[in-house]
Design a protein around this ligand. Structure first.
Ligand code: GDP
Ligand code: MG
Length: 675
């Protein structure tokens, strides 16, 4: 498509009307005055029809923007009158806000003596007579937006097929009212403003700003709004109405362009009172021909016929510019939707299919659990630390070990050896004094074990709580599309995990009990550690008895300790107490390591059982046990949300395919014209 000869001819008319290069040739016949809407061009018509068909298909709901001329203007600026003048039909005028829904006006030039009018809404096409147009519109509006005074976003289309109208499609929006009239919602201004914004925001929209010559343009609400979305004004065109009422200074107002209108101004005079359209056009022509001030204005910026021409041209430009993007958007949306539909779960139509899906879900949940809890692979949740099972287990075990150690350090009070001495004294028997009492050792061991006995169970509880959270999250994810299945599997998992948790707690309590009952190890570290510690006994005794009367001494393994309180005790008891303490210190290390090792092995063992066997077994029992799996179809019934989404996607795909078809027809035609 080429033909920028149009630009040359338009710029020769007036600097204000310079337009972007028309991608579609428009053959204006220079010098031919009547008919007023001579701008009809057979090249534009099919393009416009294509866009109108897409609009009727409501592709905008799919997020695809269409080139649109949006009419905005403050109350009583003359919006309806301008549309009336362009369409050559009577529209409801000056009756407060009667436009409560977006009104799409499709004007189509047609060789008929009688105009044909239709309203298209809610999937219907209703023929209307020109005399009853106001009633028909308000009836249709009531049907769309309710009979109150509220507004709605669902458009109503008015098709006008008439001889001599320009081929134009425009959207008329509710007028901007600051103050709600009786019966209107309080936030009517916000609602209308939001709707207008939604229409004028897209780059594909041309803003036709209707301004009354009687007001200061910079105070117009519609100017304020269009400037918000089109600061440079490059897609804003202004129509100045009521030129007859306020001719003074109009020329200056327009040429100074204080409000930044990029596409230029057209000043008009609409029908006044009971004039016919022919009379109104003659009056307008007369006004701009003969009025002392208005006749000085450039002919290329005055009159309804000029406005019609200009709009047709702007429309052709924008359509030509947008078409490739529309094609691209339709294709992108279509393939995205098709892909999404394919990703969605299939509809299960037989027992076998339901069973297969069920097995697949359980299988993949099991695999996820194995990765996260057993193998430490977290590719499925790279950024969710909670789901990095192995690392969290190590963390919990380390915390456990640190807690155990802390409890030992806390014991080191100033009363060095006193606990041992007391226990030894109570364990005295009628026997030789140089045997170390085994029962004294056990007594101290039991006390120590008691002090830490709650820690292993706490750790077990903590790990199971964590395992439960992971298992539930995984099951939920894999059964997301099937609410019944989600409920059943999480129920099964919870009950299984609480059983397994109880078992491990019992197991760990047993292990703690074992440590209390028997002091045994085959680990040679015990003997070497004890030997090292005991070798300091001599120095300890010497310091205690030294004539210097030291208050404290230093022993490796305990650091600096107070010894004053030990003076006066017998050597035997002191030596035995020291021996007892060193044995306990060496042995306690072994106990803690053994606990830690056992806990780690137990944890891995439990997780292994859960993931490889128990989980699956429990879910199968829960879901298939009761009736041999007959109810599996019911359990795998998909959620209404999923069913709804599938329907939406299917509808949207259908619509986009149809749109693609519509666009393909026109692009084919353009291609063959170009050849
Ligand atoms: P809307 O609220 O923006 O739709 O404005 P209308 O089209 O209903 O017009 C408001 C009033 O201004 C009506 O009484 C119209 O007759 C009047 N009006 C509109 N355009 C002109 C014009 O060019 N000249 C004169 N004299 N009156 C006009
Ligand atoms: Mg109106």
């Amino acid at each position: 498509m080429g033909g920028d000869h149009r630009q040359a001819s338009s710029s020769s008319r007036s600097p204000e009307t310079v337009l972007p290069i028309a991608a579609v040739p428009i053959d204006f016949e220079e010098g031919v005055v009547a008919p007023i809407f001579s701008s009809y061009n057979y090249h534009i018509r099919p393009l416009l029809d294509t866009i109108d068909r897409l609009r009727l298909l409501q592709v905008m709901k799919e997020g695809i923007q269409l080139p649109t001329i949006v009419v905005v203007g403050d109350q009583s600026s003359g919006k309806s009158s301008v549309l009336e003048s362009l369409a050559g039909i009577h529209l409801p005028r000056g009756q407060g806000i009667c436009t409560r829904v977006p009104l799409i006006m499709r004007l189509q030039n047609q060789d008929t003596t009688e105009p044909e009018l239709f309203l298209e809404y809610s999937g219907k096409t209703v023929p209307v007579e020109e005399d009853h147009i106001a009633d028909a519109i308000s009836l249709a509006t009531d049907e769309i937006a309710g009979s109150g005074k509220g507004i709605s976003n669902t458009p109503l289309t008015l098709v006008v097929k008439k001889n001599g109208v320009p081929d134009l499609t425009m959207v008329d929006l509710p007028g901007i009212t600051r103050v709600p009239v009786h019966g209107q919602p309080e936030n009517i201004y916000e609602q209308v403003a939001e709707m207008i914004m939604e229409y004028i925001k897209p780059e594909e929209s041309i803003i036709l700003n209707v301004l009354s010559a009687t007001v200061d343009f910079s105070t117009c609400e519609s100017i304020r709004m269009s400037q918000q979305v089109d600061r440079s004004g490059q897609r804003t065109l202004a129509v100045v109405t009521k030129a007859d009422k306020s001719p003074e200074g109009l020329r200056e107002k327009v040429s100074s362009n204080d409000v930044n209108i990029g596409l230029g101004y057209v000043c008009v005079r609409n029908r006044v009172g009971d004039e016919s359209f022919e009379e109104a056009r003659r009056e307008e022509e007369n006004l701009f021909e003969n009025h002392a001030l208005l006749s000085k204005m450039d002919k290329s910026i005055v009159g309804i016929p000029v406005l019609a021409e200009k709009l047709v041209q702007v429309q052709a430009n924008i359509i030509a510019r947008c078409l490739p993007k529309i094609v691209m958007n339709i294709n992108e949306k279509l393939s995205a939707n098709v892909m999404e539909l394919e990703k969605m779960p299939k509809i299960l139509s037989s027992h076998a299919e339901a069973m297969t899906t069920f097995m697949q879900i359980i299988g993949s949940a099991k695999e996820s659990l194995r990765k996260i809890l057993s193998r430490g692979e977290f590719d499925e949740y790279p950024d969710d630390k909670e789901m990095h099972g192995s690392a969290r287990f190590v963390e919990m075990l380390n915390n456990f070990y640190n807690e155990l150690h802390k409890s030992v350090e806390n014991e080191q009070t100033g009363d060095f050896l006193m606990e041992e001495i007391k226990v030894l004294e109570e364990a005295k028997g009628i026997e030789l004094p140089n045997f170390l009492s085994h029962s004294a050792f056990l007594c101290i061991l039991q006390r120590k074990v008691d002090r830490i006995s709650s820690m292993p169970t706490d750790c077990v509880e903590q790990t199971w709580d964590y395992i439960e959270s992971v298992v539930i999250a995984i099951l939920k994810r894999h059964s997301e599309d099937y609410p019944q299945l989600k409920l059943a599997t999480t129920r099964a998992a919870k009950s299984l995990i609480s059983k397994m948790k109880e078992q491990s707690i019992n197991r760990v309590s047993e292990i703690v009990q074992m440590e209390k009952l028997t002091d045994y190890t085959c680990n040679p570290d015990y003997m070497s550690e004890w030997g090292n510690l005991l070798s300091q006994q001599q120095k300890f005794m010497e310091d205690l008895k030294s004539c210097y009367g030291y208050n404290s001494t230093t022993i490796e393994g305990w650091g600096t300790i107070q010894i004053e309180h030990l003076r006066g005790k017998s050597d035997t008891i002191l030596q035995q107490a020291f021996d007892l303490k060193t044995r306990m210190k060496a042995y306690w290390k072994i106990v803690l390591r053994r606990l830690m090792d056992t806990m780690a092995l137990l944890l891995k063992f439990n997780v292994h059982n859960l993931v490889t066997k128990e989980m699956e077994k429990e879910i199968f029992m829960e879901l298939l046990g009761a009736d041999g799996g007959k109810s599996i179809e019911r359990i795998l019934e998909e959620s209404p949300g999923i069913a709804g989404k599938r329907e939406r996607l299917k509808r949207s795909i259908g619509l986009l395919r149809e749109s693609k078809e519509v666009v393909a027809q026109i692009t084919d035609k353009i291609a063959s014209c170009g050849d």
